[in-house]
Ligand binder design. Structure first.
Ligand code: AMP
Length: 418
């Protein structure tokens, strides 16, 4: 019979990948907490309109990449392609404006985009992110970048670069849009069919179309030259704060990012270890998002990081996860009740315990313990039960010692770091 494979573009996490995933989750939420972010857990399915209104009708994500379906009630639903829109929806729906500002949340969860799978790009992938609402201070932009940077520093990642730009606000846009359309009109024949349409509907999206050449994009007008004083000052303040925070950055005036909701600051952290899909995380400010989703005008800023890409970098840099040592329990069949009880006691004290399930003779049980790389094997036989003792065997040195049962926990704790 044919076996069933996973869906193209989706992957399983096990072994080292799963261990690194867990380490990432722990570290990122730990750093986010240190900046005052609380975890938010959101549904993977939303009404499609949420993404068309926020990410933008003209983006590749909404136009081509969403997993959209109608439910039995003929409502159009979508598996979330990203999470900022969901957080914003939740902000409005749950009245987070009643909490002190900035209102800060962090999340981790699966996202779905029907993209061409390749290294670093999947159809099902995980994003970790943070969002802060209700404050347009440039300090918050810098703090969000600093959070991302400190989290990555915890893993000692080398070769990271922060790229930053400002794309201005609503008031800067008309002048920029005009200059961009003028420049693009001269290259009309070179544009792909999508971009020919975008020239009318949303010309800024042409700047992150994967089909247009870098030469063309580099030759186009830059948002930074069309910023009003207020946006220019905001951007300068962000970069000055980054300097005070000792965060190395590079202004990249070609950076615009692929979603419609961004305003002012946009940034990415890229890694040399990632190849062509080199953006490890991306984010920015989105001061109109809440308003565009029907809430009261509320500024916001955040970023999202691709967990699979971080796992790839960590593996390339030979990151190892310190495994907890295993305590193995070998016993004679008649001692099984004691074996179960001892296992429970040491698990409750925080140790990882494997009880041999096949039982049989001690030689085989010790072989299985060695295969599991157990640090110690506790041996329980009839004579140990009679004398309320246990044998504890160090699997590396092969040294075996008899100890009183009541002394077991202390004996393990003493030997734990030996
Ligand atoms: P975005 O939501 O497009 O700004 O992406 C934020 C981050 O999510 C990127 O920097 C990537 O690390 C990650 N990411 C986005 N799309 C994918 C994908 N298809 N597969 C894997 N990671 C992705």
């Amino acid at each position: 019979m044919d076996t069933i494979k996973s869906v193209k573009g989706f992957k399983d996490f096990f072994g080292l990948d799963a261990e690194i995933f867990e380490a990432i989750e722990k570290t990122l939420f730990g750093v986010a907490e240190a900046y005052g972010y609380k975890r938010i857990i959101l549904p993977v399915v939303e009404y499609t309109e949420l993404f068309s209104r926020s990410v933008g009708e003209e983006t590749d994500i909404v136009k081509k990449e969403m997993y959209t379906f109608t439910d039995k009630n003929e409502r159009s639903l979508t598996l979330r392609p990203e999470m900022t829109a969901s957080v914003a929806r939740s902000y409005i729906e749950n009245h987070f404006e009643t909490y002190p500002t900035p209102f800060k949340v962090a999340y981790l969860g699966p996202c779905f985009r029907y993209e061409n799978p390749q290294k670093g790009r999947y159809r099902g992938f995980y994003q970790f992110g943070v969002e802060a609402f209700g404050d347009d201070s440039p300090l918050l932009d810098a703090e969000v970048i600093s959070l991302a940077f400190s989290a990555l520093q915890k893993f000692n990642i080398k070769g990271l670069k922060v790229k930053i730009n400002s794309i201005g606000c609503r008031k800067c846009r008309p002048n920029y849009r005009k200059a961009l359309v003028d420049a693009l009109t001269q290259h009309y024949d070179e544009l792909c069919s999508d971009c020919k349409r975008r020239l009318e509907t949303n010309p800024m999206r042409i700047l992150d179309c994967k089909k247009e050449s870098k030469e063309l994009k580099d030759s186009l007008p830059k948002t930074i030259d069309y910023l009003r004083d207020e946006c220019k000052d905001h951007f300068n303040a962000v970069t000055n704060y980054l300097i005070s925070m000792n965060i190395p950055y590079e202004v990249d005036n070609t950076l615009v990012r692929g979603l419609d909701y961004y305003t002012r600051t946009v940034f990415e952290v890229i890694s040399e270890d990632l190849g062509s899909q080199n953006a490890l995380l991306g984010g920015g400010r989105y001061d109109y998002l809440i308003e565009e989703l029907g809430g009261r005008p509320t500024p916001g800023v955040g970023f999202a990081l691709g967990v699979e890409r971080l796992i790839e970098i960590l593996k390339a840099q030979k990151f190892t996860v310190k495994e907890k040592s295993i305590i193995y329990i070998a016993y004679q069949k008649s001692s099984i009740t004691k074996a179960i009880k001892v296992a429970q006691t040491i698990r409750d004290a925080g140790f990882t315990v494997l009880v041999d399930t096949k039982c049989g003779n001690f030689k085989n049980q010790l072989e299985r313990s060695a295969k599991r790389n157990a640090k110690f094997t506790i041996i329980i036989g009839e004579s140990e039960i009679a004398s309320n003792t246990l044998q504890i065997k160090n699997m590396a040195t092969k040294e075996q010692k008899e100890i009183k049962e009541v002394e077991l926990l202390n004996a393990l704790k003493e030997r734990q770091n030996a």
